[in-house]
Design a protein around this ligand. Sequence first.
Ligand SMILES: [Zn+2]
Length: 291
Amino acid sequence: MIRLGDVEIRRIEELMVLEPTATFAGWQPHVAQEQPWLIPNYYDAAADAFVTSIASWLVKTPEHTILIDTGSGNHKDRPLSPRFHQLDTPWLDRLKAAGAAPQDIDLVLLTHLHVDHVGWNTVRAGDRWVPTFPNATYVMSRIEREWRDPKLTTATRPAAADLPFLDSVLPVIDAGQVKLVEGNETVADGIDLMPTPGHAPGQMAIRIRSRGEEALFIADVMHQPIQIYYPDWNSKYCEDQALAPVARRRVLDYCADAGCLMLPAHFGPPFCGRVTRNGDRFAFVPSEHAP
Ligand SMILES: [Zn+2]
């Protein structure tokens, strides 16, 4: 657990996976030699792959019990994403062990609506998908919602790409539990949103401030800490390859200036840290504690 003023931050792990280095077009083997700190927490040299965390953040404030992103979920058909297909993980037990039952969650903040960020929005009940968190308002980007909804989108994609929206987003919309946002609002006292479009069209970062301390949950603005050193490297999962580096540089500038704790969605342990400036480049200082 990391304490930030009156706020407690815990990481609820779903999966740890290895991501091939080919996810970054810019990757060169010599980078691992130049950045030895990547090994072993962020880069598995034997496997030549990046250590990747799939997790949610549980944030307890004096007023709210909040989940930031909801992983991949159990028992979902994901023919386009084998690593998330028909999972059966104890994520919900881990959430309870961290002190939050599903009915305790009153806000679910979704940074964007990719497959590995919305899955635990719903659980199976017979032949239906129902909200996992019956008392929560699910906050999501209007732009994301419209982009993912096969009835509203202008995108063309295979039908299977719509499954995460249909089984994990639409049911919470139908349940009347969704609040759509533009991505720049204050959502609660000390909690506001920052638009970071690029990786996903409506992606947003979530800023939490308490007693002079600040944390920024940056979602997939970066997948790996090597991108702090090479901000123009996109992953193959970034939907807008031109816009993603713009958001990345803006977030890096912000974190370096604010000195805030930066919590990305997918970094290896300790899963978060701070950004400093090193001349005209950025550097990463991993957190001393894992949340
Ligand atoms: Zn992701």
